[in-house]
Design a protein around this ligand. Structure first.
Ligand code: TTP
Ligand code: MG
Length: 369
């Protein structure tokens, strides 16, 4: 059923939100550190071991994406696609430091700043007054990041978080997309429905079965149909499809947790892949702990199986720690035994219960994917 559309993002109280996302972040940092690999297909991730390696791709440079290599793909497949590529093991400390350098610059642009992952942040820049001033602000920010860090980013500007986020992804790398309130529908509606943050493989399939392929299709369907399918979340994505998103740009005080998840490109039942992925995530989270001078007490492992059943198991240590071996040992101990024949779709690791620190953290570094 088709519903009439009202544009809910124009009118008084209009906001201007900017979303910045670094380009091929881990690979770009590697290329900055090693100029000799610039311009080459660079793949950051597990050791490919001549095609026999386990584990996954963290990210690939745009030169490597031409070969079809994407994040979370098995490293063995990446090797098959591009055997002549430059395969690099991740250096999470380096990425964490580069992230801090970038975020210091982004933060200087507006008081309303929110970092949402290692390489992306929102700013509320409503104070600039209009969209041409917003464009100038975005251009200046891109230049400042490039000049001070040697890295490129893509920026989206729009009247809500969801529009800004989809816009930053629209032209990558080194892109800038400004979506004025009047053009929100025109911009969003032709895009595939999977561009809406949170609409992953599974919901995309459900929506495709209903004949919903574009964001416009989603915006036009009766919200009750979506609620019947997805519950409250159905109403949320219906709003997002129109660019309606009231979430404010706000940095939470301090860290509650830091976490990392990997969705496998192909569901897996191989224990060695699960353990290796867990170890990589443990190394990554440990790098964050060290960089941010944090000590944790609680560790949580999350596992989602091929049937979308998600289980989490936690353990709280008596003392606060930043010992990498403890993270590895605890996380492996928490990995549930896999029932015969079950495959795993996603694995996640979270550290929480941090030692109370000073009044305010300067950066939040939380992976939310
Ligand atoms: P993204 O911003 O999703 O990707 P990207 O910066 O590499 O590329 P793009 O230009 O498309 O933004 O993620 C930021 C970093 O997070 C990425 O460089 C590596 C890490 N990452 C993983 O380790 N595994 C993953 O599955 C994803 C999606 C990201
Ligand atoms: Mg990025």
């Amino acid at each position: 059923m088709t519903m009439p559309l009202l544009n809910a993002v124009t009118g008084p109280g209009m906001r201007i939100i900017l979303h910045v996302d670094m380009d091929a972040f881990f690979a770009a940092v590697e290329m900055r550190e090693h100029p000799e690999i610039r311009g080459r297909p660079v793949i950051v991730g597990a050791d490919p071991k001549e095609g026999k390696g386990r584990g996954v791709v963290c990210t690939a440079s745009y030169e490597a994406r031409v070969f079809g290599i994407v994040s979370a793909m098995p490293i063995s497949k990446a090797f098959l696609l591009c055997p002549g590529g430059v395969f690099v093991r991740p250096h999470f400390n380096l990425y964490s430091q580069a992230s801090d350098e970038v975020m210091e610059i982004v933060k200087d642009t507006s008081l309303q700043f929110e970092q949402v992952s290692i390489d992306e942040a929102y700013l509320d820049i409503s104070q600039v007054g209009n969209y041409s001033a917003a464009r100038a602000t975005a251009i200046a920010l891109k230049e400042a990041i490039r000049n001070k860090t040697g890295l490129t980013c893509s920026i989206g500007v729009g009247p809500s978080k969801v529009v800004a986020k989809i816009a930053s992804d629209y032209r990558k790398p080194d892109g800038l997309t400004v979506v004025e309130p009047d053009s929100v529908f025109e911009f969003l509606f032709p895009l595939p429905v999977g561009k809406i943050p949170g609409v992953g493989r599974k919901s995309r399939e459900t929506l495709h079965n209903l004949g919903i392929r574009t964001i416009g299709d989603l915006a036009r369907i009766d919200v009750q149909e979506l609620i019947a399918l997805f519950g409250k979340w159905g109403a949320v994505i219906h709003d997002l499809a129109r660019g309606t998103d009231d979430r404010e740009v706000r940095q939470e005080e301090g860290y509650k947790s830091i976490s990392r998840e990997v969705t496998f490109e192909q569901d897996t039942s191989e224990n060695i892949i699960l353990l290796q992925t867990l170890n990589e995530m443990a190394a990554e989270l440990h790098a964050v702990l060290v960089n941010e001078h944090l000590r944790f007490r609680t560790i949580t492992v999350k596992v989602r199986d091929e049937h979308f059943i998600t289980r989490t198991r936690s353990k709280t240590n008596e003392r606060y720690s930043d010992d990498p071996h403890l993270i590895q040992q605890f996380s492996q101990g928490l990995l549930p035994e896999l029932p015969e024949g079950k495959k795993i779709r996603l694995i996640g690791l979270r550290l929480s219960g941090f030692e109370p620190k000073g009044p305010r953290q300067t950066t939040i570094y939380e992976f939310l994917r």
